[in-house]
Design a protein around this ligand. Structure first.
Ligand code: ATP
Length: 283
């Protein structure tokens, strides 16, 4: 079963070809991260899937439904999805709990409001006015509003922007719990460590086209990329790229007759691979 099926999706804004023929399949229960530089077409794609933007061409099915359709079927469909948009709407004169209670009323099978507040770490701010929250706390509220309807499919557009490291880890734990409940999640993020920690598969989009879809471990040939061995030799830090780090380390062990000073063996990070794929190099 697929939660999302997209083929030949295109969208232009005047002369700007934002999305140029995207094919994408996301399985039910999968966590999928869409990665790409600013302006690559991620938000356009996601908002078409959410039914907030029209498309020029292509077939789109989200939970078996065309998001472009309207009427009572569309309302039932909306009840099954959760959305955290990139920019937040303002309801500054309500408290956190009032806002979440209000939104929970739109859904037929909402989660318990206190549990939702707790799961995004806003318990202490439950009675605070929205306009008095910090940026990161508002973002947590956005996430709370996305999950309060107990969605089968959750869209998260840069959900952790503005989170401190502790809040990000707490958010990751929340996503793991949603995964455990079988929720399908489509995430866009600029944090490669977040994609690596959460996603079953990632898709890299650049200039409106998908360049590659893979697991975070295999993207761009990462799992077979050369390792880099580095160590201290007197005052110098030396390093060597190799397909056989074990044999390099064995030779060094013999050379140093034991402990190799400041030894590290690293493989390219997801971010290294991603930057290479989108054509950014620092060497
Ligand atoms: P970011 O990482 O910055 O959020 P993105 O990958 O989500 O970027 P989009 O917002 O989908 O990118 O934008 C894709 C392209 O379409 C960009 O060139 C952008 O300027 C253009 N664009 C997006 N929305 C509109 C709009 N409403 N009107 C005109 N052009 C738009």
């Amino acid at each position: 079963m697929n939660a999302i099926e997209v083929s030949g999706l295109t969208k232009s804004y005047g002369a700007v070809h934002a999305v140029r023929g995207i094919d994408l399949t996301i399985k039910t229960g999968e966590i999928f991260a869409l990665l790409g530089p600013n302006g690559a077409g991620k938000t356009t794609t996601v908002e078409i899937l959410e039914g907030f933007r029209t498309r020029d061409a292509g077939d789109v099915r989200v939970l078996g439904f065309d998001p472009h359709d309207e009427g009572s079927a569309a309302r039932q469909w909306r009840n099954r999805i959760g959305i955290v948009l990139q920019s937040t709407s303002d309801s500054g004169d309500l408290t956190v709990i009032e806002t979440i209670e209000h939104f929970s009323g739109y859904y037929s099978n909402p989660r318990n409001v206190d549990e939702v507040i707790n799961s995004v770490g806003l318990s202490e701010k439950s009675g605070s006015l929205i306009r008095k929250l910090s940026g990161g706390q508002r973002r947590r509220l956005d996430v709370a509003l996305g999950i309060v309807g107990n969605p089968e499919l959750l869209f998260l557009d840069e959900p952790t922007t503005g989170f401190d490291p502790e809040a990000r880890r707490a958010f990751w734990a929340l996503i793991e719990r949603l995964r455990g409940d079988g929720t399908t999640i489509l995430l866009t993020t600029h944090y490669l460590d977040e994609a690596e920690a959460l996603a079953d598969r990632v898709g890299v989009i650049s200039q409106g086209e998908i360049i590659e879809v893979s697991t975070p471990t295999n993207l761009g040939g990462r799992s077979t990329a050369q390792a880099r061995v580095s160590w201290r030799d007197g005052v110098e830090i030396k390093s060597q790229a190799t397909d056989n780090p074990t044999s390099v380390v064995s030779k060094l062990t013999a050379q140093f007759n034991g402990e190799i000073p400041e030894l590290t063996v690293t493989r390219p990070s997801l971010e290294d691979i991603y930057l290479k794929m989108i054509g950014v190099t620092h060497e």
